[in-house]
Ligand binder design. Structure first.
Ligand SMILES: Cc1cc2nc3c(=O)[nH]c(=O)nc-3n(C[C@H](O)[C@H](O)[C@H](O)COP(=O)(O)O)c2cc1C
Length: 307
């Protein structure tokens, strides 16, 4: 069976994955920690935690709240910063077979360009995922992803600063995701990933206060799957680029739904917290489905529900 996918067909060196199962940023750390649970080299790609120019401590606690069929988080991009990532993590990734994609976030367009410049040419880094969709930081983040013009400006500035393939990750917290996707595609994205979390909140009724230290957070997990699926379906219909589906994927059948909606690859996020082997279980489930259905090439499934 052939499960390989090309996520950057318009890019000079491309971004070839042996299979469509990726991990979602912020839910799989730097990948290194998970290598104790299973053979992570079998995955299609690993996306690391959102990375900023300087290290960040993130938002005040509490930063996680469980909700019906989901999780609210307000981590606020706690991370080690790009310099430590290049020095400490990239040399480990350079010895891996599985491609690692670095998720980046900034407060200004120049932050994104600087991050892309610093990551350019670093061994062990196969692509950049541009996070214009983080709902948990005061400046930048999802603000860029909610407006087509600024989404395009961030994309173009990253494109100009690196020769790596770039994935742009969209926020669902917008009224017209198709317009944002089109703007990002025209500005030079190689692929589009969606969705990031949906803004939400929880109130602690005994304290009469918002439960999260940041007041609001981002909702993820099975609760958001139908929203993510319809957005993937919509975006795959308007852009001529690979689309990477993300949002509530917990089982192989969830993943297959996204692929049939038009996603060339999928990312597993919150499911990793309950089952650290989830991405591998999902990969094996996709293989079993293909075998059962007599499908030898994954590309035959991509967009199958659109035809
Ligand atoms: C704890 C946590 C941290 C996250 N951190 C990031 C991040 O740093 N960058 C990013 O682009 N997305 C981040 N996300 C969003 C996920 O990558 C994903 O888009 C979202 O959770 C939806 O997928 P899921 O329902 O499978 O979790 C984070 C999500 C969670 C739950």
């Amino acid at each position: 069976m052939n499960l390989s996918v090309q996520l950057a067909p318009k890019h000079q060196s491309g971004l070839s994955l042996t299979n469509p199962v990726m991990t979602a940023s912020g839910t799989f750390s730097y990948g290194i920690e998970y290598s104790h649970f299973f053979d992570i080299q079998r995955l299609g790609a690993i996306v690391c935690k959102g990375t900023t120019l300087e290290p960040r401590d993130g938002n005040p606690q509490p930063r996680l709240a469980e909700t019906a069929s989901g999780v609210l988080n307000s981590i606020g991009l706690q991370n080690i910063g790009v310099k430590a990532l290049i020095k400490e993590k990239a040399p480990i990734w350079a010895s891996w077979r599985v491609p690692v994609i670095v998720n980046i976030a900034g407060e200004t367009i120049d932050d994104y360009a600087q991050l892309a410049r610093q990551l350019n040419g670093v061994a062990g880094i196969s692509a950049i995922e541009v996070n214009i969709s983080c709902p948990n930081i005061k400046a930048g983040g999802a603000e860029f992803g909610a407006d087509p013009k600024s989404a395009a400006r961030v994309t173009a500035s990253v494109k100009a600063a690196t020769s790596l393939p770039i994935l742009v990750k969209l926020t669902p917290n917008t009224s017209d995701i198709a317009r944002i996707a089109t703007a990002v595609a025209e500005a030079g994205a190689d692929a589009i990933s969606l969705i990031n979390t949906l803004k939400g909140m929880v109130i602690d009724i005994t304290k009469r206060k918002p439960l999260l230290g940041n007041i609001t957070g981002g909702l993820s997990g099975p609760a958001i799957k139908p929203v993510a699926l319809s957005m993937v379906y919509e975006v795959a219909g308007v852009v001529d680029l690979p689309v990477i589906g993300c949002g509530g994927i917990t089982t192989a059948s969830d993943a297959i739904e996204f692929i049939m909606a038009g996603a060339s690859a999928i990312q597993v996020g919150t499911a990793n917290f309950a089952n650290p082997r989830a991405p591998l279980d999902i990969l094996e489930g996709i293989e079993q489905f293909m075998q059962k259905e007599g499908i030898s090439n994954l590309t035959d499934l991509i967009g199958a529900a659109r035809r």
